[in-house]
Design a binder for this molecule. Structure first.
Ligand SMILES: *Cc1c(COP(=O)(O)O)cnc(C)c1O
Length: 489
C-alpha cells in the first residue's frame, strides 16, 4: 500500500524510479543545445497553470513526461557555455550524488540526534573553511541557505555585540539604541545588507553608503571619515561590510585597509565573500583575499564559486562565542543540559538540510585545487573578454575585472547615451528571446549597461567572441531601426 515511502521494502521501486529520473535528466541534457528555449512568461505560466493538481497521473513515467514539458523544456541551463548572466553556476557531479544521499536519508542538521555523522561532517567543513580564511582555533560557523542568510546572521551577531559595547547605553530603551546603529557598506554592496538592516529592525537609514574608486572598490579613506562622523554625531557603528567580489563588478574592497579602519574604531568587520569565496581554493589568486583573515565574520557561497548546487553557503565567525546571539533552547529539542553538539544552537534555521555533504563529496572526489582551477579559469576568461571589449570600437566597458564579471554596453562612437540607454536593454531582450545566449543587464549611475557573468569553465573565448558579435549585430540593427522610424516621422 505505502509503496511510495523510501524504505527497505520499496528499495526496488526506489532504484527503478531514481533511474528513471536520472535517465530523464541525462537524456534531456544530452540533447540540450543552448542555454534557454527563448519562451516568454505567458507561455511558460500557461503550461504550468493548465495542470490540475487534484488529478494525479499515478504513474511516475507520465508525471516525468509532464515535468519535462512544464520545467525541463524551458529550464535555464547553467552548464551551457553561452549562459553568461547571473551568479548561478554549473554544478559538479559529486555534489549531485551527495544531493541524492542527503535527500534520501533526510538528515536534519538542527540536532545531533537527527544527524549524527552529518553534524561532524558539517563541523569539519566549517573548520576547513575557517582555516582557509586564516582564522584561528576559536573560529566557528554554520551552513546557511545562501549569502543573504549568511549576511543576515553576521549582522545579527554584530548587532548583538554592539548592544554589549560601551557605545550602547543600557539605560536607554532598546528601540532608541537601535535607531542609532549604523552599518557601513560600499555603494556596490549586495542588497541583502539593506534587507538585513530592515529585518534587524534598524531602519532603512541604518546603512551608510560608502563611495567606491575607479575600480569600484570601497574607498577606505571615505569609510574612515564616515565612521568618525557617525561616532561624532552620537551614532553607533555596528559593522562595516566589505565585499569580496561585488555582484555587478566582481570588485574586491581593500580588505587590509578596511580592517585597519575597523580595528582603529573598534567596529565589527564583515566580509561578504559570497562571490569571491572561491578564491580561497585558487592556486594562483588566493592573495586577492589577503586581509580576509582580519574579519570578524565572513560569508561564503559554495553555490557560486565552489560549483555546488543551490543551497550551499556558510557564515564563519572569527570567535565562535558570537554565535550565542542565535542560541535558544527548547526542552524537546536541544535542552540546556544536552551533552550533544547541536548545530541549531548556531543557526537561524531549525530544521536544516545537510548541504555540507555536497562540498564534502566534492573535496573528497576532486580536491580543493581542482575547484580552485575552475575559479581561475573563469577569471582568466573574464580578462580575455575585457581585452576583446577594449579592442572593440562598438563597445564600452566599465572597469577591468578582478573576478569574472564584465559590465559593458553597445555604444559605437557618436551614439548618444540616451539612445544607448534604449538599445542595450533591447539587445538583452532580443538575445534572451533567441535562446542562443543569456546575458544580464544592470544600471550604472542610472544608465543601462549589459553584464556578463562567467562561472562556467567550459565557456571559451570563442563563445565570448560570438556573443559579443551578437550584441554588436543586434545593436546596429536596433540603432538602424530607430533611425528609420525617426526618418519616417
Ligand atoms: C549572491 C550574493 C549574495 C546573496 O547570496 P544568495 O546566496 O543569493 O542569498 C550576497 N552578497 C553577494 C556579494 C553576492 O554576490
Amino acid at each position: 500500500m505505502r509503496q511510495h515511502l523510501f524504505n527497505a521494502t520499496n528499495i526496488d521501486r526506489y532504484r527503478e524510479e531514481m533511474a528513471r529520473g536520472v535517465g530523464l535528466i541525462s537524456d534531456h541534457v544530452g540533447a540540450v543545445s543552448g542555454p534557454f528555449s527563448g519562451a516568454g512568461v505567458a507561455e511558460v505560466s500557461m503550461r504550468v497553470d493548465d495542470i490540475d493538481l487534484d488529478r494525479p497521473l499515478d504513474d511516475l513515467a507520465d508525471a516525468l513526461a509532464e515535468v519535462q514539458s512544464v520545467y525541463l523544456e524551458d529550464a535555464v541551463w547553467f552548464h551551457e557555455p553561452r549562459y553568461l548572466a547571473h551568479l548561478n553556476c554549473p554544478v559538479v557531479i559529486p555534489a549531485l550524488v551527495a544531493e541524492v544521499l542527503v535527500s534520501s536519508v533526510n538528515s536534519s542538521l538542527d540536532t545531533w540526534d537527527q544527524s549524527a555523522g552529518g553534524t561532524h561532517i558539517e563541523r569539519r567543513l566549517i573548520d576547513w573553511t575557517a582555516e582557509r580564511i586564516g582564522f584561528g582555533v576559536r573560529a566557528d560557523g554554520v551552513f546557511t541557505s545562501g549569502g543573504t542568510q549568511s549576511n543576515l546572521q553576521a549582522l545579527l551577531i554584530a548587532r548583538g555585540q554592539a548592544y554589549l559595547s560601551g557605545d550602547a547605553d543600557v539605560a536607554e530603551p532598546l528601540a532608541q539604541t537601535s535607531a542609532r546603529f549604523r552599518i557601513f557598506a560600499s555603494r556596490d554592496s549586495h542588497f541583502s545588507v539593506q534587507k538585513s538592516a530592515s529585518i534587524l529592525g534598524l531602519g532603512t537609514d541604518a546603512v551608510v553608503t560608502i563611495p567606491t574608486d575607479d575600480r569600484r572598490r570601497m574607498d577606505a579613506r571615505a569609510l574612515d571619515v564616515a565612521v568618525r562622523d557617525a561616532r561624532a554625531a552620537g551614532l553607533i557603528p555596528v559593522a562595516v561590510v566589505a565585499t569580496a567580489g561585488t555582484t555587478d563588478f566582481g570588485s574586491i574592497d581593500p580588505l587590509g585597509q578596511v580592517a585597519d579602519v575597523c580595528s582603529e574604531h573598534g567596529v565589527w568587520m564583515h566580509v561578504d565573500a559570497a562571490y569571491g569565496g572561491g578564491l580561497l581554493v585558487s592556486t594562483r589568486r588566493r592573495h586577492l583575499l589577503d586581509g580576509i583573515e582580519r574579519a570578524d565574520s565572513v560569508t561564503i557561497d559554495f553555490h557560486k564559486t565552489f560549483f555546488q548546487p543551490v543551497s550551499s553557503s556558510a557564515v564563519i565567525v572569527r570567535d565562535g562565542d558570537g554565535l550565542r546571539h542565535v542560541t535558544y533552547h527548547a526542552d524537546y529539542l536541544n535542552p540546556r543540559s544536552s551533552a550533544q553538539p547541536n548545530q541549531v544552537d548556531k543557526s537561524i534555521q531549525t530544521t536544516r538540510r545537510f548541504d555540507a555533504l555536497k562540498l564534502w563529496l566534492t573535496l573528497r572526489t576532486m580536491g580543493a585545487d581542482a575547484i580552485g582551477d575552475y575559479v581561475d579559469e573563469v577569471v582568466d576568461l573574464a580578462s580575455s573578454g575585457y581585452e576583446l571589449m577594449c579592442d572593440d570600437p562598438d563597445l564600452e566597458v566599465v572597469t577591468e575585472p578582478t573576478l569574472s564579471t564584465l559590465v559593458f554596453r553597445f555604444r559605437p562612437r557618436g551614439l548618444a547615451v540616451s539612445v544607448a540607454d534604449e538599445v542595450n536593454p533591447g539587445i538583452r531582450r532580443t538575445i534572451a528571446g533567441s535562446g542562443s545566449a543569456v546575458i544580464a543587464g544592470t544600471l550604472v549611475d542610472g544608465h543601462a549597461w549589459l553584464k556578463l557573468t562567467m562561472l562556467n569553465p567550459d565557456t571559451t573565448v570563442d563563445d565570448l567572441r560570438a556573443v559579443l558579435g551578437l550584441v554588436r549585430q543586434i545593436g546596429h540593427e536596433l540603432v538602424d531601426a530607430q533611425h528609420a522610424s525617426e526618418g519616417a516621422r
